[in-house]
Design a protein around this ligand. Sequence first.
Ligand code: APR
Length: 310
Amino acid sequence: MHKISIIGAGNIGSTIAYLLTNKQLVKEIVLLDILEGIPQGKALDILESTPIELSDTKIIGTNDYINTSSSDIIIITAGLTRKPGMSRNDLLFTNVEIVKSVTEKIVTFSPQSIILMVSNPLDVMAYVALKVSSFERHRVIGMAGVLDSARFRLFIANELNVSVNDVHTLVLGGHGDSMVPLLNYTSVNGIPIKEMLPLPKINKLIERTRNGGIEIVNYLRTGSAYYAPAASTLEMIESIIKNQNKILPCSVWLEGEYGLADTFCGVPVKLGRNGVEEIIILNLSDDELESLHKSASEVKENIKALNGKL
Ligand code: APR
């Protein structure tokens, strides 16, 4: 793998571009946006950091999809973030149009690529990309669970005053209020979280995790989170490029796994050279399974609302 294109040179797209350039994972990065000058300026700025970071990766900014030709991975971060006065549906329908048009270009210029979706509402946008591209399901993957899990890990580590490195967890489900943190798979260096913290305290941390995105929006006011979303996307890219087969919670198209079908939903997957190498099936409790189904049904409702738009 040698080429990655990032569609959308906004906060998340350009942060991914910066991190990726200086990690030297690929030879060539293309940053594309509809705004003229923005991707060119940001790419040049990032390129000028490479002598200091000692990176040989090349990055260019463009408005023309021809430059993205034959990319191995395409990251979609194009779209609007929610603004005051906008309903979720306004965002849904605007971003559907954007993601649809972006995906059509991807099919033309990089038909063999793996698509990583970052635009929101995440699970529905991943569906749009899958449907419009007709790619096999292992090549269309949504980034959400890694971010939600990172937030939960941080809050646990802060609460216990331990290293974030020691905290492991899996947050599944759709990327929204109904996400499903799995307590039975949450531990601090192998010690179950339930032995480290009382349940009411854990529930508070879960609540903060669910509202992790909103907490940042309330501070920023004019945008949403981008450093942690970019870092999360990087972890997924690295696992694919290096064929690491890391097990990460990602949004994928389900065909009967966990009793769910015809929807995107966050579940643990092995990420490697082919994208999703395997969907890991966990032995969930009845409660966890019920929460997962509830979360998935919300995604399904939104997918249904797209009727006729694709
Ligand atoms: N093609 C290419 N780029 C586009 C298009 C398009 N059709 N439409 C919009 N864009 C670009 C915008 O010009 C902007 O530069 O997408 C970029 C979005 O950047 P930001 O507004 O900074 O948003 P960001 O914080 O990066 O989030 C992007 O990811 O997490 C989600 O909710 C978030 O949907 C949002 C997306």
